[in-house]
Design a protein. Sequence first.
Length: 755
Amino acid sequence: MWKPDNRFTASLVWEHFNEDDSRSRTGKQLCHNDPSPTAVGDTPISAQDRGFFSQGCRPGSLYDDGAFGVPNGASLPNVVAATIGQSIVGYLADKDGNLLNVVPAIAFGSDPFSNVIQSRNLREIATTYDPRFRAKNDVVQFNAELSISDSLKLVSQTGWSRDNYFSTQDYNRFVSRPVFFDTSQTTVGDAIFVPTQNILPGGAFCDPQLGCSKGVLAVDINRSKSRQISQEFRLQSQNSGPINFNLGVNYLDFKIDEDYYVFNNTFTLVGEMLYNNVYNGDHYEIVNCPRGLTAVPGDALATCLYVDPNPLGSINGEGHNYFRSRNVARTRSWAGFGEIYWKATDALKITAGLRYTRDIKVTTPYPSQLLLTPGLFGGGYVNSGYPAQPDIRQRWGAVTGRFVVDWKPHISFTNETLLYASYARGYKAGGTNSPSIGSDPQYLGHFDVDPRFRPEYVNAFEIGTKNTFAGGRLTLNATAFFYDYKDYQVSQIVDRATKNENFNAISYGLELESIWRPTPRWRFNANLGLLKTRIGNGMKSIDVMNRLQGHDDWVMVKPWLQQASNCIAPKAKVQELLNMLADFNAGLPPSVDAVITGFCAFSGVQFGGPALYGIDYDPLTYADVGQNQGRGFYADLSGKELPNAPHWTFNIGGQYTLPLASWNLTLRGDYYAQGASWARVYNAVNDRLRGWDNLNLAITLDRPASGFAVQLYIKNVFDKAPITGAFVNSDDSGLTTNVFTLDPRIIGLSLSKRF
């Protein structure tokens, strides 16, 4: 603090935060296992193809015992791809050399997570990978005030912040059983094993990032760097007359560069077997594919995938053997605002304000490139790197403001009463969703949707009262509100990316607040909130957990590995193809029929799709009955509740202060409870969050004269672990549900000194 005279005051504040520990970024993943069906209707499905018709996880309550299951691993595209013909690691023969069967890297129909049951403890996960969490933050604030005159003041607030973040953890948080075939063995029972190459010695695959493992291993990394600069100037009047004003301008400049990676040893295995596997005279071998190459040396018909050879701690970020989503964005915002305060009478005050905001957001899209490489089967444009698409530049301008009437009537039974009514217009800028896959549409297409989402607006109405009684010892406040939203923003994960959708909605409710100080030593407070929300009529969205929406004449189908989302197809067409495949494969060694994935849009270019067997079906042109070209039927959201909006919240606190000479000893307790709510807009059985409560206690010893204080506190006294939030993961991860809980019981000691 610097105060050279009575007219000027300045202060500089620097805050630094640093964390480096071994905690996980997120908690447990829950799942009601979705078993692979044995038939579609009355049409049998071969054992090796059943995974194509399982979501991995199905809808179910997060509180049932079944929620502690794991995804059906046989349905995961990366596992299925390790069982197809291109992933053959050898064959079995009898003693005379006659072919008995081919052997894929993972046995047909295998589930790496079979018989895995998770702990019922929401804070306990199973992992073979140690998490790391690092965060560093610096915030600098410079505030200055200049009294231009006795009735006019100029205020400046300057801010700067910088954030660095890194987190890595087990992606699944449950452990795979050994699943890879041992290519170093010579016999399997009475059969002779003849390897095409010894890529899985001892039944382990050695991934350059994740090391050697006999089971499926997945790890993620989330890292980001951001910087923000802000400046605000305000000119404030302090007139003794009835009118005062507050005029100001502000500016904000925010930059972020964020990466999210998912590493999976089956990604690398499948990538090498499908794209970098070259026949060299009498055997196959995996070649190291350099960056920028479009074909494997010596094999003009094959494509070539760059596998990052570096360990996890020093990746170059160019590999297509892992998933990478990069978010590079810059937001600049300018605003000018003004408010007038008119004290019409001693009891009546009117506030009127307007604000104009101009936002510019520039996003650089970097499509993901998992297992994409040029060519028919590669489906991409490049074999390495993550080329940027043209910048998406968005601009918005919005006029917002508020109008408030405050009235202080003289009422005989209160010391002071305030009645108020207000209207406010609010605005939240739109933005850009994460890009989808960077595929070449002539070989592997995807739905080209507008990546932008709209701004959010709200008209907010409030009426309320604030009252003091008993000489200021008792305060009772009440507020009723009604908010009308246009294009309310809600996000979920779709196509391996975060997608924000816009919905019209309303919310209304009542808030009650009280503070009671019966004596100078005792203080109590209580708050009650009542809330009702409703999504507007005609709003709709595709629920990735339930794409069929009760249409029994359609079935869910898994896509090919490089594509991101499940699809739906007519049951009759699927049955027709299954019958043809059964006839065609009769008497042949079992193999995975990847042609089934052709029911999903675009993937038929690679595998021929149902048309290869004479079945007339194209999801892009099939008769429209509301299936959205195979993406799924819309869920009607009309009247549904907004996420994370409990019908009631309640908290009560109390403290007692005991003077001890020049010290004060304060004992305090706070209790919070809330009702049930929903995790997503669909309000489905898997979205229900039960109500929960929490108790915190603290003992504080402070010395007002010196500004010194020491506090011993206990947070979450009863060590409860309620589910406080949840989101559904991507289709190709099996639609697991990530849940969040309260922190476990924390006992801490804090010291503070005010200057």
